[in-house]
Design a protein. Structure first.
Length: 274
């Protein structure tokens, strides 16, 4: 992949010292072609860390496995993956809508989904040179709830934390009209996102990214009560489309789950905060 397509400023800063650049909004670029036939057939899109793609020996800062939403892994998620790539993260974007389409129904569905994700996490890490760096599981909307649910059960090593963006109070392993209409699932196959957060090991940090205009923000109190740290995107709704507003907040959330860095109180709040 050409250096210019990755954002020359970000790549140059990373090449200079394997560190993180100041906020860079990168030029658009397509994900790389997967290295194996199995990955090429899978609903996953790979974005190497900028310095890695530019030929540096610097490893990615972390590997982010990102769950899309009921629309799929769409342009807003692609732009976020590009931003994370420009800041030194290797990213695999997972199209859950495509994945759900070939899963069995009934009791075998959850096990089949988890087996597919486990396999894709391992294969994507290898393809991106990120097998030995920390793992961050992230997602948006329905994918935010799935990120938490999956992190509880994932067999992959090195899990550092979860970044859940715009989640509802509940989730499930399917998509449908109710999700498009913004309705919470309550079927037998659904789960409470806060209950899943509570099941994570104490060492696994959880960052909740929320726009102040998101109608699902009513779920935040329960999530914060079980240990999530909230990162606020002022003026943004559920989709978090404005990358200039959402990008720095997401980067802060990823840094928090990796390093436990004390977040800027202007954009975050933790357990017990309003």
């Amino acid at each position: 992949m050409a250096l210019s397509r990755l954002g020359a400023a970000a790549a140059a800063a990373l090449l200079a010292g394997c560190g993180a650049p100041a906020l860079v909004l990168p030029h658009a670029h397509a994900p790389v072609h997967a290295a194996t036939p199995a990955l090429r057939r899978a609903p996953v899109y790979l974005y190497p860390a900028a310095a890695t793609a530019a030929g540096s020996a610097c490893p990615p800062r972390a590997f982010v496995f990102f769950f899309g939403n009921d629309v799929g892994f769409w342009r807003a998620h692609e732009r976020l993956a590009e931003l994370l790539s420009a800041h030194g993260y290797a990213v695999a974007g997972f199209d859950v809508r495509r994945a759900f389409g070939h899963l069995p129904t009934g009791p075998a569905r959850a096990a089949a989904f988890l087996a597919e994700v486990d396999s894709l996490v391992a294969a994507s890490r290898d393809a991106l040179g990120a097998a030995n760096v920390p793992l961050v599981v992230a997602g948006h909307s329905i994918g935010g709830g799935l990120a938490v649910w999956t992190a509880v059960r994932l067999a992959a090593p090195g899990l550092a934390g979860v970044v859940t963006m715009s989640p509802g109070a509940r989730g499930h392993l399917r998509t449908g009209l109710s999700d498009m209409l913004g309705q919470e699932p309550h079927g037998a196959d659904s789960f409470a996102v806060d209950s899943e957060v509570a099941r994570l090991a104490p060492r696994v940090r959880v960052a909740l990214v929320r726009g102040t205009r998101d109608p699902f923000r009513y779920a935040d109190g329960q999530l914060v009560d079980v240990g999530a740290r909230r990162f606020v995107v002022p003026g943004q709704g559920h989709s978090l489309l404005n990358l200039r507003a959402a990008g720095p907040v997401v980067l802060a959330a990823v840094a928090y789950v990796l390093d436990g860095e004390r977040a800027d109180p202007a954009i975050s709040s933790g357990p017990g905060s309003p």
